[in-house]
Design a protein around this ligand. Sequence first.
Ligand SMILES: NC(=O)c1ccc[n+]([C@@H]2O[C@H](COP(=O)([O-])OP(=O)(O)OC[C@H]3O[C@@H](n4cnc5c(N)ncnc54)[C@H](O)[C@@H]3O)[C@@H](O)[C@H]2O)c1
Length: 349
Amino acid sequence: MNTIRMGIVGAGSIGELTAIDLSRHPNVDLVAVADANEKRCLQLAARLDVPHAFATAGDLFAAELDAVYIAVPNAMHATLAKQALNTGLHVMLEKPFALNLEEARSVADTASRTGNTLIVGMNQRFERNVQRARALVAEGALGEVYHAKAFWRRRSGIPRIGSWFTDRASAGGGALLDIGVHMLDACLFVLDNFRPLSVSGATYTRLGNRGIGDGTWGSSEREHRHFDVDDFTTALIRLEGGVTLSLDASWALHQQDANDQEILLYGDEAGASVYAHRHYRFGAQGEYHIIEGAREGAIAYAHCNRAQHFVNVLLGEEQPAVTVEQALTVQSILDAIYVSAQTCQEVRL
Ligand SMILES: NC(=O)c1ccc[n+]([C@@H]2O[C@H](COP(=O)([O-])OP(=O)(O)OC[C@H]3O[C@@H](n4cnc5c(N)ncnc54)[C@H](O)[C@@H]3O)[C@@H](O)[C@H]2O)c1
């Protein structure tokens, strides 16, 4: 398979950006795009010179393709991914994997039965500093990492109040499923620990439901009058080996910074800010060092791009960076956070 004939399902905000990334791979032929919205569909097809534009994913799956990238509202992830896999296509599916673990498992089972490649497109793993941090943790540069704080907190960054993002039936959840999932996945990847033991979480809907915290992301129409998802979620996750992970995700929050996104690692030899690529440790005389980008960890994916990676996997040049098992584990933690928030109890996994 030297040329991968690709289809794009969903010509919205991320669909467009990822289609551009895919089009830059020398072995990709973008053959078709599908979107329920005719205008967005035709615009993307024209922009990237894609010959076929379809109103439905089903029509696109019937075209002569090797693989598809699916970027539609979360409620359609599982159905469309299974349909594509059953048609014989390889799939890169947007995050979150699905609305819940049961759905995600059904997609994973379909991938395993059909033998087609399924990758959940977690892009934060390809960030250069995330890859570096993973290498440094693996080589023991921080000693034993016993606690991590992962957060993505936006002051006013709800993806368009009233769009599918803020409707539980279409999205499954709010800030946690939209941006919390990124930090959770990236943190487990850096720690190389996908072995959760228990989860305690709390979710809040305090600002978005009052029309506060609107942002600009997303292309879909504002068609809903309610806001019934979390605009802030916090959780404590216990991992095997005595490691704890504290996770915060907000779309809207009274805070000083407009946007702060970080993973802080606390080891018994050193600490680190992953995205800032900064390390902290005591020196020989007890003095304290803050080291800016001093240690260069190895980069596993120099292209730093999930779209390039997906194609390289199909070409047999790279192994999947995001395994289906890992994606299921992340989904199980997301589910547990929502259950814990509802029941006010810790959930054991
Ligand atoms: N990896 C990332 O960083 C990232 C960033 C943003 C969004 N996402 C994910 O990508 C997906 C899409 O998000 P977005 O920001 O592009 O949303 P969006 O609202 O901008 O776009 C969604 C598109 O899907 C289309 N659509 C809806 N139903 C469809 C159907 N049945 N068939 C075909 N097209 C359909 C809509 O018309 C719209 O154009 C979501 O699952 C979201 O969680 C991932």
